[in-house]
Design a protein around this ligand. Structure first.
Ligand SMILES: [Zn+2]
Length: 425
């Protein structure tokens, strides 16, 4: 249905309203020009000149829709469309527009452009809401230039310290605070954390489930908790020939057994258990020397706190037993601990109802990755909408999503927000 057709239809009921697919796609493609890579991806890392240009563009677009702009001390941008009741809680959406060095056009950007499209659709159809509607651009979600990830939402929600985050340095020694100053985005607006009725984030799935199930909308129930570890196993380097098997202290053999165990532990905690060893450094790394030391990482995830706690306990038992068996010493250091997040009923229901009423296929799903909405969920009711992405691939230049799926996700966002923001006739 085109815009012109909608405007001339006298029988427009609320449920027939849709966002504009072409306009959404055009804003995504225009944004993707900033930092476009030859392979069709985007390299627009946090707080760079390109990030500044993308932020300027977002603000220009939001001002054209009559929004008020506020910028906080970590550079988060809040674009607000006033409601009729100045005391009403805000209904918010948003995501991020920074990318990985070899990132795609949709991760994060879809959530922000979908929010912009909601603002434009509200204005186009002259809809007044009691609650203000707000679109947020969170600073440095990716965490590739400045660690950690989800910096902006982490500071806003009090999960991360502003002072510490401003002091984080990139690989050239530039602090996040200096980078914010250099692009003119260190704001001074105090954004109250209270008084949020609902926060929605629409996002590409970054996994293969929706595509595999041929389903358009993922109703995100929550996010997996994460426990990350660094593990160093130390044995004894020795010659691969003269040392008999029974007398070895092979750190690599221990690492291999622990890798297999991490996989098994996750499978034992199906359906939401995950176990991954993603990094392994073997010393001395010579083909005819028994490895004396291995440095490795272990990433465990699950949806239920009890299950995650049990997985960690099992991992510790395995590390202890394997080390004893191969006469290794070990050091197991926690590096990240994110509790599982269950999204709020009002947000999850608003997303599911909107998907049903709009006639989109949908299923309940959990997020395996970190998102700004997860931090928002700690201080306010939050929820997420997933749409399929090709092959489940993201954080890569070949990341792709179909315009019709993005439009569906945007329509679900629009109606979920309308549901929470209370239309004033
Ligand atoms: Zn993202």
């Amino acid at each position: 249905m085109t815009t012109a057709q909608m405007d001339t239809s006298p029988a427009n009921t609320l449920s027939e309203l849709r966002t504009d697919s072409d306009r959404l796609w055009q804003s995504l493609m225009t944004l993707a020009e900033l930092g476009a890579t030859p392979k069709g991806g985007v390299n627009r890392q946090a707080l760079t000149e390109l990030d500044r240009q993308a932020r300027d563009l977002f603000i220009q677009w939001c001002k054209a829709e009559g929004c008020t702009i506020r910028i906080d001390a970590i550079g988060n941008i809040f674009a607000r469309r006033a409601g009729t009741d100045p005391d009403a809680p805000a209904v918010m959406t948003g995501s991020h527009i920074d990318t990985q060095p070899t990132g795609g056009k949709f991760d994060g950007c879809f959530g922000v452009m979908a929010g912009l499209e909601v603002l434009r659709s509200l204005n186009q159809h002259d809809i007044k809401t009691r609650c203000p509607v707000e679109v947020v651009v969170w600073t440095n979600e990716e965490g590739c230039r400045f660690a950690p990830c989800m910096m902006g939402s982490g500071v806003h929600t009090g999960q991360l310290s502003l002072h510490e985050m401003l002091a984080q340095k990139d690989s050239d020694g530039v602090t996040a605070g200096e980078a914010l100053d250099s692009i003119g985005y260190r704001g001074s607006d105090e954004i109250p954390r209270e008084n949020v009725r609902a926060f929605f984030e629409s996002h590409i799935e970054q996994g293969p489930i929706l595509e595999d199930e041929e389903t358009t909308i993922g109703v995100v129930m929550g996010a997996l908790g994460q426990r990350w570890f660094d593990l160093t196993l130390t044995g004894q380097e020795a010659h691969a020939g003269p040392t008999p098997m029974s007398l070895r202290q092979d750190a690599m053999l221990g690492a291999a057994e622990i890798t297999v165990a991490a996989n098994r532990i996750a499978i034992d905690h199906a359906p939401h258990g995950r176990g991954t060893v993603g990094v392994m450094q073997v010393h001395p790394g010579s083909r005819n020397v028994i490895p004396g030391q291995v440095n490795m990482t272990i990433d465990l995830r699950s949806l239920e706190p009890d299950s995650l706690t049990a997985m960690v306990a099992e991992l510790k038992e395995v590390v202890e037993a394997v080390s004893q068996r191969h006469r290794l010493t070990y050091e197991l250091t926690p590096t990240a601990d994110f509790v599982p997040e269950h999204f709020a009923d009002n947000c999850v229901n608003a997303v599911r109802n909107a998907a049903s009423q709009l006639g989109y296929s949908h299923l309940d799903i959990v997020s395996g990755a970190g998102h700004d909405a997860i931090f928002m969920g700690r201080i306010a009711p939050a929820g997420m909408i997933f749409v399929p992405c090709e092959g489940g691939i993201s954080h890569n230049e070949i990341e792709n999503a179909a315009p019709k799926d993005l439009h569906a996700g945007c329509n679900v966002l629009f109606h979920a927000m309308l549901d929470q923001a209370e239309i004033v006739s």
